[in-house]
Design a protein around this ligand. Structure first.
Ligand SMILES: Cc1ncc(COP(=O)(O)O)c(C=O)c1O
Length: 393
């Protein structure tokens, strides 16, 4: 095993020779029109909540994903919060989500006064399992007179389902949607990590009533901080814009607000960065898929298993992942790589184990527990190839 660990360090250093000390997990790349568009904001004086880049970025996101509407927000967590509110989530509701996700997914649920209920993930996607979802719904819920689904144990209404495409690998979102329709559940997709990923050739984020993206600094493209709500519904898109902009009634000079809104706007500077980044997105995905193919070939010669994209999908390979033999080997790998200048990390502590959520209901979580003991993310930044070197000259 030690031999594989050493070979891995050498292999990663060969991919990222530009980092003398520590090779990060995911660094952004600013090699397009970023400076030009940012300077444009400064020169125009529109750096804050007003300016033409916000609308432009929304349009580019809608066009890229194929969504009818895209509404920008200050970050992905805010996008989730607004989506849940507009979906109609009420305090005391339960939202079915996965324990293998970043804390923001469950936090956003909590902001609405609802509670997460954790459903296991599939081994081949690391995203919410339609099989486990169906099992949970058929054994643990009943249909109320109001046609909503209720949890037999807690008696709470189960209102929505919020799966996440882990590390950019699409979950079986079409099956999940079918089950949601059968049980009168609203589907909201947390697509924070999967911009550029396709499922059955359709962009992730197009299956839910809402879906959300994140442009945090570690994502495939970044605006520094930012998020986006995707929806096919014009009315809901307008409501999302209204709620994220303090619910101000549009008027040239009067200030009036017709409900409690949120200061969740994306600023023009961030949107300008986003416009430059999204122009390079297909190229980033292309480069990341070459990296993935190289990782696959490398790991075939070792005793470490490389996690490949699931069937029927094109992953953006936001974060590459490997599966170690057991928790001990995982910890040995984490220690060795981090001590030798290669940043790696385990998947998040399962959300059902955190103090805020450890009393929430959950399905059998065999797969999530198995994966949590073994999965490690490895460096996945877009490699600086000759393409970029020449561009920078
Ligand atoms: C799965 C998931 N959901 C939500 C978020 C929240 O996004 P943000 O950091 O932009 O608030 C992130 C990333 O940060 C994420 O990875």
């Amino acid at each position: 095993m030690q031999k594989s660990f050493n070979q891995f360090i050498e292999f990663v250093k060969g991919i990222y020779p530009e980092y003398p000390d520590i090779i990060p997990l995911h660094d952004p790349r600013f090699i397009g029109n970023e400076e030009k568009y940012l300077l444009d904001c400064l020169k125009s004086n529109f750096v804050s909540s007003v300016g033409e880049y916000v609308g432009k970025f929304e349009k580019l996101c809608a066009e890229y994903t194929g969504s009818n509407y895209a509404v920008a927000s200050v970050n992905g967590t805010a996008a989730l919060h607004i989506s849940l509110l507009l979906a109609g989530v009420k305090p005391g509701d339960e939202i079915l989500t996965q324990p293998v996700t970043f804390i923001a997914t469950a936090n956003a649920i909590s902001y609405t006064g609802a509670l997460p209920t954790f459903i296991d993930v599939d081994m081949d996607t690391m995203g919410l399992s339609p099989g486990k979802l169906r099992d949970f719904l058929s054994s643990n819920t009943f249909k109320g007179k109001d046609n909503f689904t209720y949890n037999k144990k807690t008696k709470r209404r189960i209102f929505a389902c919020l799966p996440m495409h882990s590390f950019g690998f699409p979950c079986k979102i079409d099956e999940i949607l079918k089950i949601c329709n059968e049980h009168n559940l609203v589907l909201i997709e947390d697509a924070a990590e999967s911009l550029g990923s396709l499922y059955h050739e359709k962009h992730t984020g197009l299956y839910g009533k809402f879906s959300t993206l994140s442009f945090n600094g570690n994502k495939i493209i970044t605006t520094g901080g930012g998020g986006m709500i995707l929806t096919s519904d014009e009315y809901l898109a307008k409501k999302a814009k209204h709620l994220t902009t303090q619910a101000k009634v549009p008027h040239p000079w009067e200030y009036s607000h017709d409900e409690i809104g949120y200061n969740y706007r994306l600023i023009n500077l961030s949107a300008a960065l986003g416009c430059a980044q999204i122009e390079q997105l297909e190229h980033f995905v292309h480069e990341k898929r070459i990296l993935s193919a190289n990782y696959k070939t490398f790991f075939q010669q070792t005793d470490i298993q490389y996690f490949e994209e699931p069937a029927n999908s094109r992953s953006n390979y936001w974060l590459n992942a490997v599966i170690l033999k057991d928790r001990k080997e995982r910890d040995d790998f984490l220690k060795f790589t981090n001590e030798h200048g290669v940043m790696t990390r385990p998947i998040w502590e399962l959300l059902n184990k955190l103090p805020m959520f450890n009393t929430c209901d959950c399905s059998d979580l065999t797969n999530a527990n198995w994966l949590a003991d073994r999965v490690v993310n490895i460096p996945s930044s877009v490699p600086i190839t000759d393409y970029y070197k020449n561009k920078n000259k």
